[in-house]
Design a protein around this ligand. Structure first.
Ligand SMILES: *[C@@H]1O[C@H](CO)[C@@H](O)[C@H](O)[C@H]1NC(C)=O
Ligand SMILES: *[C@@H]1O[C@H](CO)[C@@H](O)[C@H](O)[C@H]1NC(C)=O
Ligand SMILES: *[C@@H]1O[C@H](CO)[C@@H](O)[C@H](O)[C@H]1NC(C)=O
Length: 261
């Protein structure tokens, strides 16, 4: 071979080696991804149907081929060692009264008898409350505020009674600009002067467990409620802005009342 031929041959050889190697690396990555694909998440909802609890698990990758895959929970159960999940539209569920609600359980993904992956979980630390409902806003003219109330099924429960609620509201035309407030009761006042007059507002609320014992995740948002703020009409209402004018207004009202007596 000529020196040129040798050089070309070496280049060809190197190219082959590099492309061969990168091909191998791709296959390697692909295999790794497949091995990790069984990761999953779960949440519990206590006393959802009378005294029955619900446990829901799903694969983190929604596109996983879950044909023949089963879920099983063992430990921290009453009367039995293990329970199998039911499969419903790609989600795995158990509805039962048999959770001990003390200590860790082991939740495993199974293919036949083989455990593909397992996670230690404590049912009381993965609680997702039910979404609050019936959120309403009532304008209180005399107080210059809006009374916001809502309801939650957790008021009727024995276990997860204490929740923190997050109320979010926004003017409908300024999309994405949500204002947030945290509270533990199911009632709050929004001051009229914090809202635009004669505007449509949207308001919604969600909940999260708020005790040391029960912990977990945010509920879904409640359905939204829509309300319109009143127009500010004339100088009387514009006086209601700011603490000083509020005091003046109070004094004025008292004065007027005393004169009537
Ligand atoms: C999913 O896996 C099963 C075997 O476990 C196989 O029979 C089926 O064809 C697969 N489905 C898809 C869409 O890959
Ligand atoms: C809250 O909803 C429950 C039904 O889930 C109902 O019994 C109760 O009266 C409601 N409370 C209020 C304050 O509306
Ligand atoms: C409400 O509480 C959550 C969780 O503790 C926190 O992340 C958020 O910043 C709080 N929001 C407000 C407006 O205080």
């Amino acid at each position: 071979m000529t020196p040129l031929g040798i050089a070309l041959g070496m280049v060809f050889y190197l190219l082959q080696a590099v492309s061969g190697e990168s091909g191998y690396a791709e296959n390697g990555d692909f295999d790794d991804a497949e091995m990790d694909d069984y990761s999953f998440s779960c949440y519990s909802q206590l006393e959802v149907d009378g005294s029955q609890h619900l446990l829901t698990c799903a694969f983190d990758d929604p596109d996983i081929n879950s044909t023949n895959m089963e879920f099983e929970i063992c430990g921290a159960l009453l009367e039995v060692d293990c329970l199998s999940f039911n499969k419903l539209q790609g989600v795995y569920l158990i509805k039962t009264k048999k959770f001990l609600l003390i200590g860790d359980s082991k939740i495993c993904v199974k293919l036949g008898r083989k455990s593909m992956t397992c996670k230690k979980m404590n049912i009381v630390k993965i609680v997702k409350p039910e979404a609050p409902f019936d959120i309403r806003v009532v304008y209180r003219k005399g107080a210059n505020d809006f009374e916001v109330t809502f309801n939650t099924s957790h008021l009727q429960k024995k276990y997860v009674k204490e929740l923190m609620h997050e109320v979010a509201y926004r003017q409908e035309k300024s999309e994405n600009d949500w204002m947030h407030m945290n509270l533990s009761s199911t009632k709050l006042m929004l001051l009229q002067r914090k809202l635009q007059p004669n505007a449509m507002y949207e308001i919604k609320v969600r909940s999260i467990p708020n005790t040391n014992y029960f912990e977990g995740f945010w509920s879904e948002w409640s359905p939204s409620f829509h309300f319109r703020t009143p127009e500010t009409n004339g100088p009387e209402s514009s006086l209601s802005y700011g603490p000083v004018s509020l005091i003046i207004r109070r004094l004025w009202n008292n004065c007027a009342r005393n004169q009537k007596k």
